[in-house]
Design a protein. Sequence first.
Length: 349
Amino acid sequence: MTCLASVASTRWARRFFLLGGLLMLAVPGNLQAALTLQLTFGDPERRWAEFYPAITSNLKAAAQDWGQYLESGATLEVDVVFVDDPYFRVRAASVASSPFTTPDGITVFEQGVAAEIRTGKDPNGSAPDIRLEIGIQYLTTGLWFDADPVLRSAPVPHGKVDAMSVFLHELGHALGLNGWTSPYDGSCPNEHKSAFDRWVKFDGTNFFFHGPQAMANYGGPVPLTYGNVFHVGNSAPRPGQELKSDVMNGEVQVCGERYYLSRLNLGMLADTGLPVRMPLPALTRAKLNGERVEFQVHGPRARWYRVEVSTDLVRWAWVMDYVSTHPAMTIVPEDDFGSARRYYRAQIF
Ligand SMILES: [Zn+2]
């Protein structure tokens, strides 16, 4: 009889596995949308009103994506304004900032949005918390709006940038990945530091992020983009070329591509002081479906997963990488182990 077992793990955390028929699984936290957005449009003549529904649905989906990892029930007001400049694309920032902590006598400021998420109190009352600027030309010719930005399964057209990916990126800035560090020499005006700046180090040539949770997820200091320092990754010869596919990369969001949140993004946000949950994947008991093995991987949606297989729990072989479109994904791996006992594990990037 074929013996099948499932192993859930992350690269950095606990491992759960099936022994003697007892299945020990990490049950992911009940991931619910924790951030609510209220949008207003600074567009007095409603010139771009035809885009309001698409902007609203994609921005709310991006907030839901980040929000499922945040222990908060905050409601954030977003003011969307349109910029009549053919070279302007998209920019978002928290409107307010407030003193957060004073390590070594230097006052560190957090984003007003972060303060509201952390404390439940809105530092600027009913005024907008986030200002989102969108270039009109970029809106009308550059961006593509997913009709289902939660499922994210329709192909992104070649030559268009996925607005959902852009909004994930911009909300990352508004939530905490922002500050005042000079992107060329690392100085901070008036010694003002944001909760992001406090972890930035410039070695004279390159920038790195030294937040402990980000480093634990990346495996060392995280290369930040030279000249665009609230981002990750660089082109050669600077460090972090593999981070150019990260949603918070500082070079480009490639046309026709989708970008997803990563453990690195969440670790960096946690380092800025936000209460971030890092859910683990969970695997159901594997079963035979005809000749094929089948099991489910449970965890957050819209993330990259990797499934690996082993016959001895020592050597692991790659099975597949995939993006989760649903909280439970059925996996039917192809292998040639026949009736041998084997184990599967999954990790979330
Ligand atoms: Zn950016």
